[in-house]
Design a protein. Structure first.
Length: 118
């Protein structure tokens, strides 16, 4: 099983980045996909979810209207489009794949650094 994030980098406030997470080794379409982030000195926090069944999405309040999660089941890839970035969005962003049935499975990527600074 592998989750490989890419697309992070340094961007100025107000800028945009698109993160990608390429998955392999499991049935991608059967898993809900999430993005989390962890800023220095803080706990990891959930950012966004794309469910497996309906493809519905949900977001952390502070990113609603700025971030968009999407998935391409044909490419086994999940994306996070981040617009209007703020310095407080600076963190390592992690991709997560989760399944609850028939048994719980949780897979994590290695993370990609996003730095928002002028």
């Amino acid at each position: 099983v592998q989750l490989v994030e890419s697309g992070g980098g340094l961007v100025q406030p107000g800028g945009s980045l698109r993160l990608s997470c390429a998955a392999s080794g499991f049935t991608f379409s059967s898993y809900s996909m999430r993005w989390y982030r962890q800023a220095p000195g803080k706990e990891r926090e959930w950012v966004a979810t794309s469910t497996s069944a309906s493809g519905s999405t949900d977001y952390l309040d502070s990113v609603k209207g700025r971030f968009t999660i999407s998935r391409d089941n044909a490419k086994n890839t999940v994306y996070l489009q981040m617009n209007s970035l703020r310095p407080e969005d600076t963190a390592v962003y992690y991709c997560n794949a989760r399944r609850l049935f028939p048994s719980r499975r949780d897979y994590w990527g290695q993370g990609t650094q996003v730095t928002v600074s002028s």
